[in-house]
Design a protein around this ligand. Structure first.
Ligand SMILES: NC(=O)c1ccc[n+]([C@@H]2O[C@H](COP(=O)([O-])OP(=O)(O)OC[C@H]3O[C@@H](n4cnc5c(N)ncnc54)[C@H](OP(=O)(O)O)[C@@H]3O)[C@@H](O)[C@H]2O)c1
Length: 298
């Protein structure tokens, strides 16, 4: 397919590369233009404007947050003004359910199609084309988007025709991962202060009742205290806690743990953690326990 790709950050870079590898004709656009160069070397076309990235069968956006998506979509020569009728906008950024709903309505009013397709997996997983995609949108739009979603992910979960449902699933998933990070950080602080080796402890956990990828991936980062370079930056993790809380408020669902995690991110960022991976909230408990002062300071 002929597809535009907007947003060549940590995740977008791997996703655009996967699309090229799968044989799609990819036109890339990034606010910081230099990030497109490497993709041109790999066979992509560089767009000098957002409009130029919207001339194919569809466009995928993988941008930081709601504000970035709003700028790119609603700008005077943005995605909404540029896509041809019947073509698709696939939004893979982790954004609010309210923006997803608004995008869905505005694209429909413009005769365009919209698919929300946020993803699970970190940048290395994106680079390997092995993301898990959670997709929602009209059936015909999903069918049209499938060859592109297949290229970036190893499995796509279709969660219905209402796009924001996919964003809700993504936000709930990141809320759960953050719960794992915080609770692992607390448990590891406890055993480490008691003299148990963190790596051995993690091995015990992941070989017994906690063999899930979230425990393995984040347990390793916490045990090592390696929070730099960030694969998923702490300010974006903080954004997701805020978005999960906002979605929960709209639906009148109390999420007491999300409120706690929100404050853990405030503490991390207050201590200079902007450049750290979001898993650095898993290092706060050790610091609170008076250990690890020298490890991966923010
Ligand atoms: N990293 C992960 O592990 C992960 C996993 C799953 C989902 N996500 C989600 O995926 C999205 C992208 O994450 P990421 O880690 O790839 O972020 P990132 O590395 O910070 O990349 C953000 C991208 O958004 C662009 N951008 C930011 N503000 C913009 C604006 N106002 N106008 C136009 N472009 C703008 C950036 O352009 P510049 O290059 O010019 O800054 C860059 O291309 C986020 O919604 C995140 O929550 C991340």
């Amino acid at each position: 397919m002929k597809v535009g790709f907007i947003g060549l950050g940590h995740m977008g870079a791997g996703m655009a590369a996967s699309l090229l590898k799968a044989g799609h004709q990819v036109t890339v656009y990034n606010r910081t233009r230099s990030k497109a160069d490497e993709f041109v070397r790999r066979g992509a076309t560089a767009a000098s404007t957002i409009s130029d990235a919207c001339r194919g069968d569809g466009v995928i956006t993988m941008l930081a947050d709601d504000a970035a998506v709003e700028t790119v979509v609603y700008g005077s020569a943005g995605v909404l003004a540029s896509l041809r009728k019947g073509t698709i906008h696939i939004s893979s950024s982790t954004i609010s359910t309210t923006l997803s709903q608004r995008l869905s309505a505005d694209h429909a009013a413009a005769g365009q199609r919209f698919v929300a397709a946020p993803v699970f997996g970190r940048p290395d997983v994106a680079a390997a084309g092995e993301l898990f995609v959670v997709a929602a949108g009209a059936r015909d739009a999903i069918d049209a988007a499938n060859p592109l979603l297949d290229a970036v992910g190893k499995r796509t979960f279709f969660v219905g025709e209402t796009p924001q449902a996919a964003n809700l699933v993504k936000l709930s998933g990141n809320f759960l991962i953050a719960c794992v990070i915080e609770s692992l950080g607390e448990a590891m602080a406890l055993v480490a202060k008691g003299g148990v080796d963190r790596h051995q402890y993690l091995d015990i956990l992941t070989s017994t009742l906690f063999g899930a990828p979230a425990y393995k991936t984040y347990g390793k980062l916490i045990a090592e205290g390696t929070f730099e370079p960030a694969g998923f930056a702490a300010p974006l993790g903080f954004k997701d806690m805020r978005l999960a809380i906002a979605a929960a408020e709209n639906l009148r669902v109390p999420l007491p743990l999300a409120s706690l995690l929100h404050d853990r991110f405030v503490a991390l960022l207050a201590q200079g953690g902007d450049k750290l991976d979001w898993s650095a909230i898993g290092g706060l408990a050790a610091r609170d326990a008076g250990i690890d002062r020298g490890r991966s300071e923010g």
